[in-house]
Each structure stands twice: as C-alpha cells, then as structure tokens.
Ligand binder design. Structure first.
Ligand code: SIN
Length: 288
C-alpha cells in the first residue's frame, strides 16, 4: 500500500504529493485521496515519475475521458491522447507544439465544455549552469476572485465573456507565425460564451474564469469598456500572492485544474536548448 504526504506549494494553492509512485498500482482509496487534493489545491506536483506513455495516459484516465486536441500536428503518433509540447525536431519537423502556452490561458477554455484539467510530464528540461529553465507559472483564479472588491465581484457575477481559440493560436510567438487554421479546425471551434465567475464543478468555489489568451470580449458591453475591464482583470491575476512558479525537473508530473487556475509557460530558455513535455488533457463537465 502506498501512503501519501502533502506539502503545500504556496499558502493559497498548490500541493506536492510525496510518497506515491504513479507507475505502481493506485488503489481506489488512494486515487480518491489524490483527487481530493487535486480539487482542493488546483495544482498538484508528483516528483520522480518516470512513466511510460501508457502509464501517463492510464493515470490520467482515472479522472475521466481525455481530450484529443484539435492540433493533430502536435499529437503523439499512435497515442493521440498525448499533446506534445516540445521544441525538438525530428526529420526536419517539430515533434510537437514548439512554443505552446507561452501566454496566460486555461487549456480549452474556448470549448463549450472546457477541460477539467491537464497533466504535464517533464521528459526533457532545458538547463543552464545547473539551473533548470522553462518554468511554468500558475495563477489561482479562486484567490484572484477573492482578492477583488465586493462591488466588482457582484458586477462580474452577472457577466459573461466570449472565448475564441484563434486569439491564442494566432498571437505573436518566438517561433514565428503558425500555419492558418484549416476550415475544419475553425468549424470545430466556434466562439463560446462562459460566465466570468464560474462555479468550480467539484468544490462550488467561485473562480475568475477569464484569461488573456482566449477571451476576446465581455458580452453586451461597449468595446472600450470591455477592453478596460478585461485588462484590469488580467493584470489583477498577476499579483504575486496568487502565483506559483514551477521550476521543472525531469520526471515531474504536474497537474492543474483548468477552472481554478490559469497558466503561462515562461519560455525562459534558448531555442537550441531541448525541452519536451507530454500533456494529457481531461474532459470537463458542462459549465454551471
Ligand atoms: C501548456 O500550456 O499546456 C504548456 C505549459 C508548458 O509547456 O509549460
């Protein structure tokens, strides 16, 4: 029987689970404990997990069905459940998405049913002078909501925002312009509208569900007012007290909740330094 210990990553959110080897059988009881830590903390870290691709997929599936990302070019061959985030090239082609996620976003917020969470496994981490680079930053959207003045919280509770995949896909990025989305990809990803204050599907806590990467406007608000309010909210989320910065080690399995957190890959490494991460993405439930 594996027994787990928990270490908080920040005072407000995030936890490391120590003493669990995810390549070994996980009993239903242990899984329920892990899931509870995940729901309560938003970000969960397991160090030293040298998992095969199938072990990564199998552990992820304990949380429910997995998403197959619309970017087929970044999916692992023969295992489409794995979205590869990597600047590694093989036979002249990138093996995954070269600079994915280098902006504040939540994965798949642009879908009618946004993702529940993501599990990123570090396989190669860029290093300089013994220090790991390529950090990922997280913001607690629960803490960010709690940190707003009460009158603004109340105003936001009646508002919704439009999310669109193309905004994040087409933004300027170090590797240059991406190929335009195909008509099929565009058709699969129409604009979606979600409440700005979203009730967490498992804990019921209010989460500030707007992210700079995919949110284009507040529904029914004049454009300049919408831009000013969104800008205020995006900046608010970046306060130190809401942030956890993860410094990766090979074998880290880091999972995050796509309702109670946002994230941003810092990209603080050079293109010649190899970085390879494998991501599985959990299907979510309808937004309440
Ligand atoms: C992502 O946004 O899923 C990628 C995060 C990272 O590569 O650090």
């Amino acid at each position: 029987m594996q027994a787990m210990q928990i270490r908080k990553l920040t005072p407000r959110f995030g936890a490391e689970i120590i003493g669990v080897d995810l390549s070994k059988p996980i009993s239903d009881q242990l899984f329920r404990e892990i899931e509870a830590v995940f729901n309560d903390n938003g970000v969960v870290l397991f160090r030293g997990q040298h998992l095969t691709e199938d072990q990564h997929i199998d552990f992820s599936k304990r949380f429910g069905p997995l998403e197959i990302h619309v970017r087929k070019d970044a999916l692992m061959k023969h295992r489409p459940e794995v979205f590869v985030v990597s600047n590694v090239y093989e036979d002249g082609k990138p093996i995954g998405s070269v600079d994915a996620g280098q902006f504040w976003h939540t994965d798949l917020s642009y879908k009618k049913i946004p993702s529940r969470g993501s599990l990123l496994l570090a396989r190669e981490v860029p290093m300089r002078d013994g220090k790991a680079l390529g950090d990922t930053l997280f913001c607690s959207t629960i803490a960010a909501f709690e940190g707003l003045p009460r009158d603004l919280q109340q105003k936001l509770e009646s508002l919704s925002a439009t999310h669109h995949y193309e905004k994040g896909y087409n933004r300027d990025r170090p590797s240059g312009k991406r190929k335009p989305l195909t008509p099929e990809q565009m058709a699969a990803l129409p604009d979606v509208v979600h409440p700005i204050v979203r009730k967490h599907p498992f804990t019921g806590k209010p989460c500030l569900f707007v992210n700079e990467g995919y949110v284009t406007e507040i529904v029914g608000m004049p454009r300049d007012e919408s831009e000013a309010l969104l800008d205020r909210l995006f900046k608010h989320c970046l306060k130190d007290e809401f942030i956890y910065r993860h410094n990766w080690r090979v074998g880290d399995l880091l999972m995050w909740d796509n309702c109670s957190t946002q994230h941003n890959a810092a990209g603080n490494y050079e293109p010649t330094m190899r970085r390879r991460m494998d991501r599985t993405t959990l299907t979510g439930t309808a937004v309440a």
